[in-house]
Design a protein around this ligand. Structure first.
Ligand code: AMP
Length: 300
């Protein structure tokens, strides 16, 4: 089963307690696509400017990601600058310039329209809905968002949520979206907005999945050094949806397995700046860490 992803392709400037990286290729679609490519065929939708390096997505191409839906447009590629605190669960956006995304009107290649899985990566919710409308009959629609859109595009986001099955969101954003501080209450509120399932990402504390009466939690992989958390949410989403697409159905066991694979991909991306670590990753590394994850909570 193939996955279409729409999301940002940005140049990031990142400051962490470990150092600073400039003009690092990032964005929600970039990180998602690379992580998901370990599991299923991925087709990417995004806009880049005329300053975009000719071979900037070479790693993606080498992993078989379909880049036909990545449009090159006159203008500059979007840029984001973020700074992490000593507690790397906390980050501030210092600067955001959407560049060519500001007036992007995606036109999906015909081969994309029959995809069964859709990931609406963090980007303007109006744009997310525009892409959703171009798919013939997606079986699974998952979405992510960010405080920027909750603050600045809430009506469009609420409209979109009515058509989304799975929402992936971090704890701070879940509180902002729901108006509830307690995460169980926040999840209930969000489930009332449309999605049948919500996954709350809690950085180094792992993720909690809420759906109907079921709650499932997975810790983050205990790492000695978290180098750069940027993209952890998108890599998680890539592993999660990729694993679901590989399984080909949504049953409880597949969803739980997908949450562990998502956690595996999130744990790799934070080990280096940008998607550096994913570009060196092998399929066996993914499977080995999956088994280590299961062992984390196994009682002899
Ligand atoms: P994550 O750490 O998974 O939340 O994803 C971080 C990525 O999101 C970075 O690589 C940024 O380029 C991208 N990003 C940051 N702000 C925005 C925004 N408002 N819209 C779309 N993408 C963004």
């Amino acid at each position: 089963m193939s996955i279409v992803v729409v999301g940002s392709v940005f140049y990031d400037t990142i400051e962490t307690p470990h150092g600073r990286a400039e003009r690092q290729l990032g964005g929600s679609a970039t990180h998602f696509a690379l992580a998901a490519s370990f599991f299923a065929p991925v087709r990417m939708v995004a806009a880049v400017g005329d300053d975009f390096g000719a071979d900037a997505l070479a790693v993606h191409r080498a992993r078989g990601v379909d880049l036909e839906g990545v449009q090159r447009r006159a203008g500059t590629t979007g840029r984001w600058t973020g700074r992490y605190h000593e507690d790397m669960n906390v980050r501030d956006t210092l600067d955001l310039d959407l560049g060519v995304f500001a007036d992007f009107q995606p036109e999906l290649p015909p081969s994309y329209r029959t995809a069964e899985y859709l990931f609406l990566g963090n980007i303007d919710p109006t744009l997310q809905e525009n892409v959703l409308e171009q798919l013939a009959r997606p079986a699974v629609v998952a979405a992510d968002t960010m405080n920027h859109w909750i603050d600045n595009a809430r009506p469009a986001l609420e409209k979109l949520l009515r058509r989304v099955q799975i929402l992936l969101i971090n704890d701070e954003e879940a509180r902002l979206l729901s108006g509830e501080h307690n995460l169980v209450r926040a999840a209930r509120r969000i489930l009332g907005m449309g999605p049948s399932s919500v996954l709350i990402k809690r950085g180094e504390y792992g993720v909690i999945h809420f759906s109907g009466d079921s709650v499932f939690a997975v810790p983050a992989f205990p790492l000695e050094d978290v180098f750069d958390p940027t993209g952890a949410g998108d890599a998680f989403a890539g592993g999660f949806l990729g694993s679901l697409a590989r399984a080909g159905a949504l049953g409880e066991r597949n969803v739980r397995q997908a949450i562990v694979y998502g956690s595996v991909m999130g744990s790799f991306i934070v080990e280096d700046f940008g998607f550096e670590r994913l570009s060196r990753l092998e399929a066996e590394d993914v499977e080995r860490r999956y088994r280590q994850f299961l062992a984390l909570t196994e009682v002899a």
